[in-house]
Ligand binder design. Structure first.
Ligand SMILES: Cc1ncc(COP(=O)(O)O)c(C=O)c1O
Length: 360
């Protein structure tokens, strides 16, 4: 007999991830490098001096101020929670429940999973050639929805556009995001910038000009703090005030907060690592051109998508060489695809060797 839970939850699959052990782990788009030792020591020292028996800030006010100061965004429009994963669910609850979630496909799995869990109608627009985000088709969906939603009270829903796109690494032009922002009144437009540091200018200026735009960011990728679990939204004060109502009180722990404060006070390590990752991404991209059967896609993120004749076979043969990557062939349009995270130079060389290529 089913447990007494909502039908939408019963019908939803679990998050598609199985942990696998391997000497070289390039499967989750994390940073291969831990927080520098000196900064880790500072975190531990600050944690030692803090009281753990008291609740932290109600809404992570000090943390929002530090993030806002670093990113150039007002604290009042900054909402930090346990990972941007959590924010995806909260944004669906904020504007998508009983309404729509509009996104692209393939996409980061959580947009669709959360749409189902929270009872939103899911509309997925296939990516265009070269995995480009088809903004015209997204706008057409918005227009088509206008009539269907006419007379209805409440938001039309929430739009998720990852930029760079995950899991392909393609980059939607800022001019297209601007067009989407102009066309999406009545919706929340979420630009998921989990990988923005690897991609050049962000959509920040667009978000400044449009109240309904939300930027999603994370400490899990460029900052190398996936284990700390911290993500945040940058948006207008009016949207942030409503979003905060959905965040559980005292949601950001002292550990998360201290990690972020220390990292934000020493951003140079992050900038250096991002530069190294971009250089490595281009080196690995070039080396992969020599593969007889694989086709690598250009990427603006810290990973590369590769189309192979057989994803399961490519995955298994890399794993037997000690390198763990992610199969992506179950996603729409990604037959044969695997995804590899850009690691350190040594890790990337091991990946290229396991792929039968010489490391240039
Ligand atoms: C596009 C995208 N958004 C959000 C996330 C979630 O990040 P977080 O670790 O902050 O929950 C990921 C993680 O892989 C991602 O790829």
């Amino acid at each position: 007999m089913n447990p007494p839970v909502r039908a939408a939850v019963l019908a939803s699959p679990e998050y598609p991830f199985t942990p696998v052990d391997a000497p070289i782990k390039l499967d989750q788009n994390e940073s291969s490098l831990d927080l520098p030792d000196a900064l880790k020591a500072q975190v531990l020292e600050q944690l030692q001096a803090l009281t753990w028996n008291r609740y932290p800030d109600l809404n992570g006010e000090a943390l929002s101020a530090a993030i806002g100061a670093h990113d150039g965004w007002p604290a009042a429009g900054t909402v930090a929670v346990t990972g941007s994963n959590m924010l995806i669910a909260l944004l669906v609850q904020l504007a998508g429940m009983g309404a729509r979630v509009l996104t692209v496909k393939p996409n980061f799995a959580l947009y669709a999973l959360d749409a189902k869990l929270w009872g939103a109608e899911l509309i997925e627009v296939p990516l265009g050639p070269s995995f480009a985000t088809d903004v015209d088709a997204l706008i057409a969906q918005i227009e088509a929805g206008r009539e269907a939603l006419a007379g209805r009270v409440g938001p039309a829903g929430v739009i998720f556009v990852p930029r760079p796109h995950a899991p392909t690494g393609s980059l939607c032009a800022l001019s297209d995001i601007e067009r989407l922002a102009q066309a999406s009144q009545g919706w929340l437009l979420v630009v998921d910038e989990a990988y923005h540091q690897f991609a050049g200018p962000s959509a920040m200026d667009i978000a400044r000009r449009h109240e309904h735009v939300v930027l999603l960011r994370t400490f899990s990728k460029a900052w190398g703090l996936a284990g700390a679990r911290l993500g945040y939204a940058l948006t207008s004060e009016v949207v942030a005030r409503q979003l905060r109502k959905l965040v559980a009180p005292f949601a950001v722990s002292v550990f998360q907060s201290v990690c972020a404060h220390v990292a934000l006070a020493h951003p140079q390590f992050m900038h250096d690592r991002v530069a190294a990752t971009i250089a490595e991404r281009e080196r690995v991209f070039k080396a992969l051109q020599a593969h007889p059967t694989w086709k690598v896609l250009p990427s603006a993120a810290n990973f590369l998508l590769i189309r192979t004749p057989d994803a399961a076979q490519a995955y298994a043969s890399l794993l037997s060489g000690g390198v763990l990557v992610r199969k992506q062939d179950s996603y729409f349009g990604l037959q044969g695809c695997i995804r590899v995270t850009i690691g350190t130079r040594e890790e990337n060389d091991a990946f290229l060797r396991a792929a039968g290529l010489s490391a240039a």
